[in-house]
Design a protein around this ligand. Sequence first.
Ligand code: BGC
Length: 465
Amino acid sequence: MQIEKQAEQQIEQKLEKPNMVFVTLVSIVAALGGVLFGFDTAVISGALGFLEQRFQLNQVQLGWAVSSIIIGCIAGASVSGILGDMFGRKKVLIAAAIIFMIGTVGSALPDTFTGYIIARMIGGFGIGITSALCPLYNAEIAPAKYRGRLVALNQLAIVTGIFLVYFVNTWISGYGDDAWDVSTAWRWMFAAGAVPGLLFLVLLCFVPESPRWLIKKGRPAEALKILLKIHGEDLARQEVLAIKEVSKQESGGSIRQLFMPGMRVALMVGIVLAALQQVTGINAVMYYAPVIFKEAGAGANASLIQTILIGFVNLLFTILALWLVDKVGRKVLLLIGSASMTICLTVIGLAFHTGNTSGPLLLIFILLYVASFAVSLGAVLWVVLSEIFPSRIRGRAVAIGTMTHWIADYVVSQSFPPLLHTAGPATTFWLFALMSLITVGFTWRAIPETKGKSLEEIETLWSTK
Ligand code: BGC
C-alpha cells in the first residue's frame, strides 16, 4: 500500500504518454492469438481432400477430421478462466502456446487417423485457451479507451489467420504432384502452423503479467510497476482506480444474478445470437469450401484458388464491418446482413437443385454470402456479447455465449459432410437459409440497438424487459 501511495504521488508530478513499444508488443501478441485461431481451424479446408484419400475416410470421419479441433477448443476454453485465475494469464498463455505447438506438429506426423485426431484435439486445447485468454489479457492491459476496439480487432485477427492459411495451403499443394499431395502436402499444411505458433511463444516471453490479475492476487506493487512501464505515469493512476472499481463490481456478481429477470433476457439474447452465428453455416464454407467447389464440378486447383477469394472477401468485409459498426449500428448491420445471407443461401441451394453450378453464379453467391456474414454476424456477435451485460456478470455471461458458439460450430462442422451426402447440397444450404431467416426475425424482435449507449444505459434496457 505504501509503495502504491508513493507511486501515486509521483504520478501527480509527471505526465507521460503510454509506452508505445509495450502497447504494440501486447497488441501483436493478442493479434497473434486470433491469427492462430483462424489459421488452425481453417487449415483443414486445404488438407481435408488429401486426408480423405490418405486415410480412406467415410462421411462421418470427414466431419470428425474437421471438428476434432473444436472439441479441443471447447475443453481448452472451459478451463481457461480457472487456470488463468490460478496461475496468471502469462504463464497459462505460454503453456497454451506449447500445447498448440505439440498439437500442430503432432497433426503433421501420424500414420493413423486416430493419431491425427488426438493431435488435433491437443492443438485445439491450446487454441481454446488462447482464444479465451488472449482477448482477456489484452483488455486487461490496454488503456481503457482502446478496449472497445479490441473486441472487433480480435475478429480481424481471426479472419487474417483464415486468409493466410488459405494462401499457405494453395502454395503447398501446388508444390508437388497429386501423389505427393496425398502423402505429404497435408503434413506441411499442419506443420506450417508452427511458424505463427513459435512467434507467439517467443513474444509471450517478453510481455508482462496482467496488472489486473496481480491486483486481484493482492500484489498491487508489482501491478503498479507494470502499469507505470506500460501506460506512463498519468494513465497508470487512472488504471489502478479503474481496475479496483471493476474488480469490486465483479466480485459482487453471483451465478444467481445471471438468471435475475432483466439479466435472463440479456443472457438468452447472447446465447441465441452466438448459436445463430454458427448454424447459419459460415464454417461449412470456411472449413469445407474446396469440398463445396469440387461438388460443384471444379478441379482441385481451381477449388483452392476460389477458396483464397473467400478468405480475401471475408477479410475485406470484416474491415468494412469495423468501420460501420459504430456508424450504422449493430442492429441495422445484423438485419441487412442476415437478410442478404438468406437470399444468397437460397440462391446457392437453387443452383445445386437445378444443377446450374458450372458457371460463375455459385462462386458469386458464395462470396456475397461470406461478405454479408463478415459485415454482420461475424464481427457484430462479439461486439454485442462484450457490451450487453453489466460488468458484474459480464465475464461469466460472455463465457457462456462463447461456449454456445463453439458447441454450435462443432455441430455444424461435424454434420456437414453426412448432410451433404444424405440430404444433398440444395437442402443443406436451404437449411442454413432458414436459420438466416430466423436470425432476421430474432434480431428484429429481440436485439436492442446499443450503438452509442453507455453500459449503464444498456443495463436499463434490460430491466424494462
Ligand atoms: C467465428 C469463426 C468463423 C469466423 C469466420 C468468427 O466470428 O468465431 O467460427 O470461422 O468468424 O470469419
